[in-house]
Design a protein. Structure first.
Length: 460
């Protein structure tokens, strides 16, 4: 990641010799597993929706299906905001286990639901856990990763989301036609049985959180075990209600007060794309004339593209900056969405879907990586929580919009809406470096701490 310090900013201390990419692998592996199940749960709904719409006993319509998708993402919005502001108080490890348990419980409710209302309740419960999980895992791996490998580590973490999406699609293609869509949701209970015990036993707590609780010895022990710089009291997030309120106000320091709303807007557009496409791609492609099996398999292909995109984006962003990569990826996503409006030959369509997956998902993840260049270490969890939380309004709008267009027989306009979101996201994230430089002019000399570097033109 290319960045420079603002005038008056002290140069950051060099990383300890033991703080290497290898030192973050245990934490990365555990968070990877949690996000894998997150991706599986999010994509399950889209993978089985055609089967649910064909189930007369459930009574689901396209409009209701879109509304339920928005209930899920509304739960995510609440979960992200709550987790982002409670994590430094209650602990990231504990909240991560609660999040996994919640979306597993929601999946069980969905499996037993006999009406759209009860099914929607289950998806809302799942959304609470899903929304909290992502900012927690992102904050954990960013804290434990070497700064120069933050974008790469973020990209590697997010490959798990797409492996989970591919697993959900596989269940939709194999289990749903033979055993019914309910058994696919029963598979969503597995995270509580597999991931929670592993997280409880193996995942360390954040050294910053431990220090904020006054447990300096334990914070130092964790830092030494994973090769991190030893935390100091000035770097620790403030505890208690006043500290949590101050962490939100800190997002509007002079150095970041203009960048923060732009990050929120970029996240809004990115999550509208992610959840709109994840929920409606199979049904939109089916309405465009493709067969049921092909329509569901497009979800598998776009997630496979997402895995490749995370690997490409992470390494590219470490060299050229996450802002620049995110902006280009948003534009390419818009181009892919416009191409999907046309009924192309099946083979070409698979290629377009795969390429769109490469750009679509990692555009949003690089928005998350960009927060690492804007906020200090003590503000990062709150910053990520608000970027993901406010962005969830786009995730709420995306599924609802797809359902409204499908109900009116205007499915092709769904791809147009996604293209517009991609272009708007590109503009918002491109302006972040300018906003950060403009804000830094109002900051007192030396106000920017060494815990984060300011985005500059090199990141644009």
């Amino acid at each position: 990641m290319t960045s420079t310090e603002t005038p008056g900013t002290p140069a950051p201390d060099p990383d300890p010799p033991s703080h290497t990419f290898r030192s973050v692998l245990p934490v990365l592996a555990l968070c990877w597993l949690a996000v894998f199940f997150d991706g599986m749960d999010v994509n399950i709904y889209g993978a089985v929706m055609p089967h649910m719409l064909d189930d007369p006993d459930l009574g689901l319509t396209p409009a209701t299906a879109g509304t339920i998708g928005s209930w899920t993402t509304f739960g995510m919005l609440i979960g992200a905001l709550v987790a982002g502001n409670l994590t430094d108080w209650l602990g990231r490890r504990s909240l991560l286990m609660v999040s996994v348990t919640l979306f597993s419980l929601g999946s069980a409710v969905c499996a037993m639901a006999g009406s759209p209302a009860l099914f929607g309740t289950g998806r809302f419960i799942a959304g609470l856990g899903l929304g909290g999980l992502m900012p927690l895992c992102l904050a954990m791996v960013m804290e434990f990763a070497p700064p120069r490998r933050a974008a790469l580590t973020t990209g590697l973490l997010m490959t798990s989301y797409h492996f989970g999406g591919m697993a959900a699609t596989g269940l939709g293609l194999t289990v749903a036609p033979s055993a019914g869509w309910r058994w696919v949701f029963w598979a969503g209970v597995l995270p509580a049985l597999i991931a929670v015990p592993l997280l409880y036993k193996l995942l360390p707590e954040s050294p910053g959180v431990l220090l904020a609780r006054g447990d300096r010895a334990q914070a130092t022990a964790v830092a030494d075990r994973y090769g991190l710089p030893r935390p100091t009291p000035v770097e620790a997030p403030a505890a208690g209600a006043k500290g949590r309120f101050d962490s939100v106000l800190a997002l509007f320091r002079p150095e970041s007060r203009w960048a923060t709303p732009l990050l929120w807007l970029a996240s809004f557009c990115g999550l509208l794309l992610v959840y709109g496409v994840s929920t409606w791609l199979p049904q939109l492609m089916r309405a465009s004339g493709y067969g049921l099996t092909s329509s569901v398999s497009f979800l598998l292909v776009i997630n496979a593209g997402g895995i490749v995109g995370m690997l490409i984006a992470g390494r590219t962003a470490d060299r050229f900056g996450p802002v620049r990569v995110s902006a280009i990826w948003f534009v390419l996503t818009a181009a892919g969405a416009l191409l999907l409006k046309s009924h192309l030959p099946l083979g070409i369509t698979y290629v377009v879907v795969a390429l769109t997956g490469i750009w679509l998902f990692s555009a949003q993840v690089m928005v998350y990586a960009a927060t690492n260049t804007v906020y200090r270490g003590s503000e990062r969890a709150a910053g990520l929580g608000w970027v993901t939380g406010v962005g969830r309004t786009g995730a709420v709008l995306g599924p609802w919009l797809g359902g409204a267009l499908a109900q009116g027989g205007n499915e092709s306009w769904g791809f147009t809406a996604f293209a517009i979101a991609g272009l708007l996201g590109a503009v918002a994230i491109s302006l972040v470096p300018l906003a950060a430089r403009f804000g830094s002019r109002d900051a007192a000399p030396g106000a920017v701490k060494s815990g984060a570097s300011t985005v500059t033109a090199a990141d644009a």
